[in-house]
Every structure is written in structure tokens, then in C-alpha cells.
Design a protein around this ligand. Structure first.
Ligand SMILES: Nc1ncnc2c1ncn2[C@@H]1O[C@H](COP(=O)(O)OP(=O)(O)OP(=O)(O)O)[C@@H](O)[C@H]1O
Ligand SMILES: [Mg+2]
Length: 288
């Protein structure tokens, strides 16, 4: 069976003042049904640009998907190239079959509407529900993501709730249409550890319910170890290493991955100086 998502040679670039820089340089990756693939990599390595490219949300200009294909195996069993769809068609998939939790909550929550209204609207749009059932389902979703006092949050504006609560509203919104693919861009980085654990549990549960494929972007290798089956390591717009999580963690090949793993402070001993990725990159820089 065709994978849920198949990215082929994706290149995305940005142009400013006549200079074009490639943020993603011909990457390929696949995601299967029910699978979680972690994407790790240092800041600026192209993780968000990759996910925004899949959603076709790269602002143009200055951005542009310069080449590549992004095949999605839709619910009708067809494999379609998202990049070839007219925008009108793409809208049927975006948020509905392919949902995203954005790195920055305020990117997807509109400050002038209540949290409840925003999820309700998404439900009405994608599931053609009447207002009453959409409201009931929204409250139900808020309970699922363990928001305290879901009725009160329904009527709150984004600025009236905490960062962790906003994140959970976004997760509720992303989950509202039972997407086949969930792209989660650092969904828990801003949360404290206990809330993070709850959210990860929740995502796992929801994934089991409908065999959703998850692309999980994070800096946190601990989260990857807990959630993902495979991991993709990005560095400067390239995928430099990928494989089953255990294999990569036990036997990292690329100097950047070695560095990333070594940068986790060891639990059992004290270091005089914490290593930085640069300490491990001399080999790579020397070769390129
Ligand atoms: N709108 C934009 N205009 C110009 N350059 C951009 C834009 N968005 C991203 N870039 C560039 O693309 C590169 C990759 O950015 P991206 O946001 O994908 O990084 P990231 O891996 O998600 O980093 P982080 O971990 O900090 O979120 C960066 O060098 C960034 O400067
Ligand atoms: Mg990012």
C-alpha cells in the first residue's frame, strides 16, 4: 500500500533583495498510516519550512516551492500530488485530512474570536454540522484535551487563557476533523513537563483511534524516543540521517546527530563544559 505521505525531492526557497536562499534542499521522506516520524534538527534547519510546504502555506513571495512532489494518499485511495492541486482543491484537504499544530499558537488562533467559536467553525466547515452539534462536539474535544472548565474556555478569547491552554485548543482544533495526517511543529515545547506528558499521551491515544500518521517536529530527543518509530535528522536544509529511533540513538552516524545526542546533559555525570554541536561539526564542514 502506498504511504500516507511521500515527499520527493522537495526544495523550498526564499528570495529577498534579489538573493535566493534554499531553506529545504531536495529532501525526500515517507510517512505511513499509524506511524509517527520525528523530525529533529537545530534551529533554522528547515523543519518548519518542510511542514509548511506540505500544507502549502509558504507565503509567496518571499517563499516558493521550487521543485519536488508531495504525494498524499487520500481517503478515496488515490495518490495525489498536493503541489499540483488548484488552491480550491487543496482547501478540502488542509485542516480536514491534513492538519497542523503550529509552532506558534497565535499563528492559528485568531485573537478576535473566542476559542470555542474557532473550533466550532472548523467543525461546521469540514463536517457540515449544525451549530448545536458543532458546539457539543467542541466541548467534547476540549474535555478530551483535558482543558479545565471547557465551557468557560469555549467563551474565552485566546489572550485570556494560558500558553498551555492555547496549545490544547490548537490540538483540539487540529484533531476536530479526525485528520489522516497530523503535522505537529514543536507542539509541547512551551509547556511544562507534566502538561507535556498529558498532551503526548493524548496524541498517542487519538492516533490509535484512527491510525493517524504523525510528523512530529521537536528539539527534544526524549520526546522522540517516547513517541516516534522513525526519526529524520535535518541539518541546513538537508536530511542528513534517518532510520528507526533506536538505531539512530544507539549508533548515530552523522557528526551532527552524534552532537545532538551528546548535547543532552548526561544524567549520571557532571561535565565541566557542555559540548556544543559545533564541536562535532568540524568533520562535516571540512568535507563540504
Ligand atoms: N518567511 C521567511 N522568509 C525568509 N526566510 C525564511 C522564512 N521562513 C523561513 N526562512 C528561512 O528558512 C530556514 C529554515 O527555517 P525553519 O523555520 O524551517 O527552521 P526550523 O528548523 O523550523 O527552526 P526552529 O527550530 O527555530 O523552529 C531559516 O534559515 C529561515 O531563516
Ligand atoms: Mg520551526
Amino acid at each position: 500500500m502506498a504511504p500516507l505521505l511521500r515527499i520527493q525531492n522537495l526544495t523550498t526557497e526564499f528570495t529577498s533583495d534579489g538573493t535566493t536562499t534554499r531553506a529545504v534542499k531536495g529532501i525526500s521522506l515517507v510517512l505511513h498510516k499509524g506511524e509517527t516520524v520525528g523530525i529533529v534538527g537545530e534551529s533554522g534547519s528547515g523543519k518548519s519550512v518542510t511542514s509548511l510546504s506540505v500544507m502549502r502555506l509558504i507565503a509567496s513571495p518571499p517563499g516558493k516551492i521550487a521543485s519536488g512532489e508531495i504525494f498524499y494518499h487520500n481517503r478515496q485511495g488515490q495518490e495525489i500530488d498536493l503541489l499540483k492541486l488548484p488552491e480550491q482543491e487543496m482547501r478540502k484537504y488542509r485542516g480536514n485530512e491534513i492538519a497542523m499544530i503550529f509552532q506558534e499558537p497565535m499563528t492559528s488562533l485568531n485573537p478576535v474570536f473566542t476559542c470555542g467559536y474557532q473550533v466550532l467553525e472548523a467543525l461546521q466547515l469540514h463536517k457540515q454540522l449544525d451549530k448545536k452539534s458543532a458546539k457539543a462536539q467542541t466541548i467534547e474535544l476540549f474535555k478530551k484535551v483535558q482543558l479545565p472548565r471547557p465551557e468557560a474556555i469555549f467563551d474565552s478569547y485566546p489572550h485570556q487563557i494560558s500558553g498551555g491552554q492555547k496549545q490544547r485548543v490548537m490540538i483540539a482544533m487540529a484533531m476536530s476533523c479526525d485528520p489522516s495526517i497530523l503535522i505537529a511543529d514543536e507542539p509541547t515545547t512551551a509547556l511544562d513537563v507534566t502538561v507535556q506528558a498529558t498532551i503526548l499521551d493524548l496524541m498517542r491515544k487519538l492516533q490509535q483511534e484512527n491510525e493517524m500518521g504523525i510528523l512530529f517536529i521537536t528539539h527534544d530527543l526524549g520526546v522522540i524516543a517516547e513517541l516516534a518509530q522513525r526519526v529524520v535528522v535535518m541539518y541546513k536544509g538537508n536530511i542528513v540521517e534517518e532510520g528507526p529511533v533506536r538505531e539512530i540513538f544507539q549508533n548515530p552516524k552523522h557528526p551532527y546527530t552524534k552532537g545532538l545526542l551528546a548535547c543532552r546533559p548526561p544524567l549520571d555525570r557532571k561535565l565541566n563544559k557542555l559540548p556544543v554541536v559545533g564541536d562535532f561539526m568540524k568533520e562535516v564542514e571540512g568535507n563540504s
